[in-house]
Design a protein around this ligand. Structure first.
Ligand SMILES: *Cc1c(COP(=O)(O)O)cnc(C)c1O
Length: 404
């Protein structure tokens, strides 16, 4: 049984006040909140078995190594990867994308094409532009329509035998659109292109099966799915990870080092130079446990109720326009009210204890498409409630009155 009031008790931060008002946290697409079940794991790590991993013979090091590798297995199971060494710990989505982009530097040449979607986060645009500068490859963009959906017929047109890589997010952080990545992957493979999916926004809401998707690379951040900041994962098919060169040199990633020649460690260590975020990795595993206990089907059903309710209530407000009206979308609502600047509304809402995001959401090309400077974005997680949405609507109406 999904019991939101019981779930809310797991999140200490949801009990606090901001500016004298109960916190209403609707900025989940930027980062999610952390349940006690994860906080406890972090406290336990630093209280009881903090040690460096993979190199100590002593007991603490062994305990830390076991817990860290156990987290890798949890991630493998969660995403249904074939091998645990296909799971690379990263510092987050951005790191994972840069690792792959850097690896492809040696594989691309002039005339090759890379494709991104019009719906990307800056972290999924800039590394590819840098890659194109280094290699002479060309960047192509899958365009979107007014609803915020990718235009697949244009994608089909753009694909050709020069396409080497396609990069697309599973869910857009700015609009909430769920992209048809199954189709995108299938078509890319027909021309021999690899596909990297940015799962930063999807992993908090759905449970991807990387083998069923047949995706080549999949990346996400723990902090958007009830885990800590500074840790994430890159899934890569074994063949690809063996093909790509290491990203960073250092400890952990080598087999043997001499001044004449260094040989690299096998997967996954080849991509994990230096001391990793050990506690973060372990807490990431705990976050997956927590979310799986609630159940991703329950999460999706409940969040959809919030999305439908929030959308209907917002649309009752005169002059309010929602950006991103895709048929398939998750619990993100991006909107503006008349010509009021999003920042002004966001500031007044904060005075009333309500956290929303305002601005371009690291997706300026989308804002350019709609010819707006930014939006107000309310994004819901499974611990939010309809009562919070009601309070938000009341506060929003007050803000609009003050500003018009
Ligand atoms: C948040 C986000 C990122 C960046 O994640 P980091 O944790 O900051 O590395 C990339 N893509 C999307 C779609 C995001 O929402």
């Amino acid at each position: 049984m999904f019991d939101v009031q019981k779930i809310r008790k797991d999140f200490p931060i949801l009990q606090r006040e901001v500016n004298g008002k109960p916190l209403i946290y609707f900025d989940n697409a930027a980062t999610s909140q952390t349940p006690l079940q994860v906080i406890d794991v972090i406290v336990d790590y630093y209280s009881n078995y903090n040690a460096n991993i993979h190199r100590g013979v002593h007991s603490l090091s062994q305990e830390a190594t076991d817990a860290y590798e156990d987290a890798r297995l949890k991630i493998q199971t969660h995403f249904n990867a074939k091998h645990s060494h296909e799971i690379i710990f990263t510092s987050g989505t951005t790191h994972g994308i840069n690792l792959v982009a850097n690896g492809f530097s040696s594989l691309l040449k002039k005339g090759d094409e890379i494709m991104v979607s019009a719906l990307e986060h800056h972290s999924n645009i800039v590394p590819w532009q840098m890659l194109c500068e280094r290699t002479g490859a060309t960047l192509k963009v899958i365009p979107m329509n007014q609803n915020g959906e990718l235009i697949l017929s244009e994608y089909d047109e753009l694909l050709n035998e020069n396409t080497k890589l396609v990069f697309v997010n599973h869910i857009s952080n700015a609009l909430g659109t769920i992209n048809p990545i199954e189709y995108i992957i299938k078509e890319a493979h027909k021309v021999g292109a690899a596909v990297l999916v940015d799962g930063a926004q999807s992993c908090p809401h759905i449970k991807p099966d990387v083998q069923a998707l047949d995706v080549d690379f999949y990346v996400c951040s723990a902090h958007k799915m009830c885990g800590p900041t500074g840790v994430g994962m890159l899934y890569g098919k074994e063949e690809w990870l063996n093909t790509l060169p290491p990203y960073q040199g250092g400890g952990e990633m080598i087999a043997e080092v001499s001044f004449e020649k260094t040989t690299y460690a096998g997967l996954p260590h080849k991509f994990e130079a230096g001391t990793p975020n050990i506690c973060g990795g372990i807490a990431f595993g705990a976050a997956l446990d927590y979310m799986n206990t609630i159940g991703f089907e329950n999460i999706a059903t409940y969040e959809h109720e919030l999305l439908d309710y929030g959308t209907a209530e917002l649309l009752k407000i005169e002059g309010l326009k929602i950006y991103g009206t895709a048929k398939n979308k998750t619990s993100v609502i991006s909107f503006n009210v008349g010509s009021i600047h999003p920042y002004d509304i966001g500031t007044i809402l904060d005075k009333m204890g309500i956290a929303v995001r305002t601005g371009h959401h690291c997706a300026q090309p989308i804002m350019d498409f709609y010819k707006i400077p930014g939006t107000i974005r309310a994004s819901f997680m499974f611990y939010n409630t309809k009562a919070e949405i009601d309070a938000f609507i009341t506060a929003l109406k007050k803000a609009i009155m003050m500003l018009s």
